[in-house]
Design a protein around this ligand. Sequence first.
Ligand code: IPD
Length: 277
Amino acid sequence: GDSGSAFSLSLCLSLSLSLSQIVLSAFQQQKEVMLKSSPADLVTETDQRVEKILISAIRDKYPQHKFIGEESVAAGERLELSDSPTWIIDPIDGTVNFVHRFPFVAISIAFAVNKQTEFGIVYSCVEDKLYCAQRGGGAFLNGEPLHASGQEDISRCLVVTEIGAERDDLALSTMTSNIFRLLKLPVHGVRALGTAAVDMCQVATGGADAYYHIGMHCWDIAASALIVQEAGGVVMDTDGSQFDMMSRKVIAASSSAVANRIAQVVQAFPCRRDDED
Ligand code: IPD
């Protein structure tokens, strides 16, 4: 990217490092938990606070930029990705983990121009792992270059997934039978860390060979999708079509062979696109 984009990336890095202090100190404390769309879709005062600070700090520097923030959308703001420079923010990915002190919580920030992601960062706060990628510039973990495994044989894959926050019968039966189908392929194993952003970054490190999820939102995966691509992995929709961060369906994999094999077996339940009115 240009120097403007380099500057906004460094702003985003320093903001996420300083905001992780707020996340980490609240992590140890008792939290007041509020429910959103389902009994497993949670929010705390810390999610809201971190998002507010992030947006106001960025808006100070870039008054024209647009924002898509998880908690702003939950509070009723319109979700729209236009061609304008747009920041896509999840202040705490893994809020259920955060509430329970299960040690995987991340700040996820992506920056898109003309609907194309220019850079993305995922900061896994408790682990102190900073994943970062710039379009065309490679992917890094704490400064070290990342490479997806390149695995092409599905039967040798470790697959990460999440059940997600939906709790209606159709969503639950679809997601559990998808796990059954993956295990029967067979794959080596199925894992879940409880944060889509950090899950997906595992594919970028080569620690997992694939990730698949249905029902998450654009802010959970916008940054990590670029991180996977820049690490040499592939991202696509679960129906095998082109990746669309608004579709709420994603496969990230070490190779297109593995991604396509997963697309053949998993089924989707209907969920509204993120950008549907
Ligand atoms: C959730 C997490 C979780 C995933 C859900 C997401 P949040 O995000 O990424 O792993 O299964 O679909 O909504 O609410 O903790 O930011």
